[in-house]
Design a protein around this ligand. Structure first.
Ligand SMILES: [Zn+2]
Length: 387
């Protein structure tokens, strides 16, 4: 855990989603958008999953939520098991709250069942895959008919019409490596990447979902290991100006990124889209997979020089000491633009397009909170979880 006393250490922290206070204060007047980056679904009413028909997840539905992978077998299996349990105990599954959590009597039975399944699995990899698949399946079932598939906001808050797509320079492909707990979260910002740039330029890869990870690593193998980079928040990084060296111990100067002269080759950049506490495990898994594929833990990470300072131009500025996946991508594109060899690809405009998308998301979340009578201010508290 990073010390809270070190302001510099906070600047490169990536959150998969916008800041979520565990408590909010109700103020008579909102103080502005900059503190409004909050969870928007803490007291949603229970909702029943629309699985009374055959309830299958189709490939079309799966990919409608953002993935480009085939329907994952283990996710499908969890859905099948949930439906079977529903028939056996004659209790309909229902969901509520954040993240497609099961509710009611069904939840009690399902808890017993999934714990037994988990315990019976032999190795930790299988346990992990089951955990990931169950997270994804529950979120997916719990969000059916409730969230917009494209923007992951409640249907009444859909922001899709306000998002302006933009073409990302073909020399870059982003991979949004997302923790299952961030899948279908309304305040997740990783989703903006493919909403703005399209799924071929910014591709979702779900952590622990074999079909997604295989697809990503197939692309990496095709590109070659020298063209795969991970934008990882280095907790030891300090805020430096662009003129300063980037040479952190374990990360690389952006200027060292290879210039793609071959049109078939692309810089593959992984954005880790998980909470700070989850991101270390995610990075570790990437390195392990690099080792099994390439024979060495070769996965260079790159750091941003500007960190939080890149956020200053955001309108509205999110809380100063946090950044999020979309902001990390914005900062990266902005920094690359400053390097001569990357300066002629319009990366600054592409950063602006993504920034516009982030503003649209912030406004949608804020409007929702105001409509629901919740505060959009955040008590200046819990410094302990800033880093
Ligand atoms: Zn939408």
């Amino acid at each position: 855990m990073v010390s809270t006393s070190s302001r510099a250490a906070c600047t490169l922290k990536f959150c998969s989603s916008l800041a979520i206070p565990s408590k909010t204060h109700v103020h008579s007047r909102p103080r502005g958008l900059n503190t409004a980056l909050m969870s928007s679904s803490s007291s949603t009413p229970p909702r029943e999953a629309s699985v009374s028909d055959d309830g299958q997840i189709t490939l079309q539905e799966w990919q409608g939520w953002g993935p480009v992978s085939p329907l994952p077998a283990k996710v499908n299996q969890v859905v099948e098991d949930l439906k079977l349990l529903e028939r056996n105990i004659e209790a309909q599954m229902s969901f509520g709250g954040i993240g497609g959590k099961l509710k009611g009597g069904f939840k009690i039975q399902e808890d017993k069942k999934h714990r037994a399944t988990y315990q019976a699995l032999g190795d930790s990899e299988k346990k992990f895959e089951f955990y990931a698949a169950r997270q994804i399946a529950c979120r997916l079932l719990g969000s059916r008919g409730y969230l917009c598939q494209k923007c992951w906001l409640a249907l009444e808050d859909c922001m899709c019409s306000k998002i302006k797509p933009s073409a990302l320079w073909q020399g870059i492909r982003f991979w949004v490596y997302m923790h299952p707990k961030d899948f279908l979260r309304q305040n997740n910002t990783g989703k903006l990447l493919w909403q703005v740039f399209g799924v071929q330029s910014a591709t979702l890869c779900l952590f622990g979902i074999a079909e997604d990870e295989e697809l990503m690593w197939d692309a990496f193998n095709l590109a070659g290991k020298s063209n795969v980079w991970c934008l990882y928040p280095n907790p030891n990084a300090v805020t430096v100006s662009n003129q300063d060296t980037f040479g952190y111990e374990s990360s690389t100067d952006l200027a060292c990124l290879p210039m793609m002269t071959n049109r078939d080759k692309t810089l593959n950049i992984i954005l880790i889209d998980g909470t700070w506490s989850n991101s270390a495990a995610m990075f570790r898994r990437l390195k392990e997979q690099a080792k099994s594929g390439w024979g060495e833990e070769y996965l260079p990470s790159i750091s941003l020089a500007t960190g939080a300072s890149a956020m200053h131009k955001l309108r509205p500025q999110p809380s100063w000491d946090r950044t999020c996946t979309a902001a990390a991508a914005i900062a990266l594109l902005s920094e690359l633009q400053l390097l001569p060899k990357f300066s002629s690809y319009g990366l600054d405009e592409q950063a602006t397009a993504l920034e516009d998308g982030l503003v649209v998301l912030l406004e949608a979340l804020t409007a929702r909170r105001l409509r629901m009578g919740r505060s959009i201010t955040r008590k200046t508290r819990h410094k302990g979880d800033i880093c």
